[in-house]
Design a protein around this ligand. Structure first.
Ligand SMILES: [Zn+2]
Ligand SMILES: [Zn+2]
Length: 255
């Protein structure tokens, strides 16, 4: 099933001894720090904690099955969103994206969710809440998005790439609707053999995407309630969208 005791010990020993020149222009290096079982409502997983030399953040891999030396491992890269993931905020769709990825991986023989601790696209929780506040003071999602900041993609993917390497994953199929993510991971040395579309189940909270309309400035608006900020950099495709809606939502997210 999962990694056995011997494999875990080997990964931990290698993590302790690991040193390399680093991935990407910033020479990002990560080491496996700890591994434990993680039974969850989405299935049986193991959780892997990493050290890294860049941001001192505790990035995590949620692992299902024996992924060491495996090919074509389904992988989802999720960015932390405390308000969405934990509190269930409706200002974004992060929790829907997280839950549907874990549900998908939980049903597979093997798979990995990389949980990257880069809240608010790396600008931190406080600045993200500042951006939310701007919306309440009349800024639109585009302006608030600018305040939210843009993700430093290069660094994100170099950490993620090294995490996969530390787990000895040979090649992956990325769970994403965003082809740019594949490009970025490939640039950082990950062998991506395919893409698995990330289609979420419609529910009362994300149903608004089905009603998203094109506006001149490309706002994402939930008519009647609150504007949402795209925090995951991955178009939220919901089961039931037609081609036109898929095209629109993808366009809005990939600007
Ligand atoms: Zn390294
Ligand atoms: Zn969020």
């Amino acid at each position: 099933m999962g990694l056995n005791k011997m494999q875990i010990q080997e990964l931990l020993d290698e993590g302790r001894a690991h040193a390399c020149d680093g991935v990407g222009p910033d020479h990002v290096c990560v080491k496996i720090a700890a591994i434990a079982e993680l039974p969850s409502r989405f299935g049986q997983f193991q959780i892997v904690a990493f050290y890294n030399n860049r941001d001192n953040k505790e990035h995590i891999a949620i692992v299902r099955g024996d992924i060491t030396n495996a090919e074509d491992v389904p992988v989802r890269v999720h960015s932390e969103c405390l308000t969405g993931d934990v509190i269930g905020s409706l200002r974004c769709d992060c929790r829907d994206q997280l839950e549907s990825a874990l549900t998908m991986i939980g049903k597979m023989d093997k798979g990995i969710l990389l949980y990257m601790r880069q809240e608010g696209r790396g600008i931190g929780l406080t600045n993200k809440i500042r951006a939310y506040g701007l919306q309440e003071h009349g800024y639109d999602t585009v302006e608030a998005n600018l305040a939210l900041g843009f993700r430093d993609d290069e660094r994100d993917y170099s950490v993620a790439a090294h995490m996969l390497e530390s787990l000895k994953v040979k090649s992956i199929r990325l769970i994403t609707n965003n082809p740019k993510k594949i490009e970025d991971l490939t640039k950082n040395g990950v062998k991506v053999t395919g893409r698995i579309p990330h289609i979420m189940q419609p529910n009362q909270y994300n149903r608004f995407y089905l009603e998203t309309k094109a506006r001149k400035s490309g706002h994402l608006i939930d008519f009647g309630t609150v504007q949402r900020l795209p925090e995951q950099a991955d178009p939220p495709c919901v089961e039931g969208m037609d081609d036109e809606q898929l095209e629109l939502i993808t366009k809005l997210y990939l600007i």
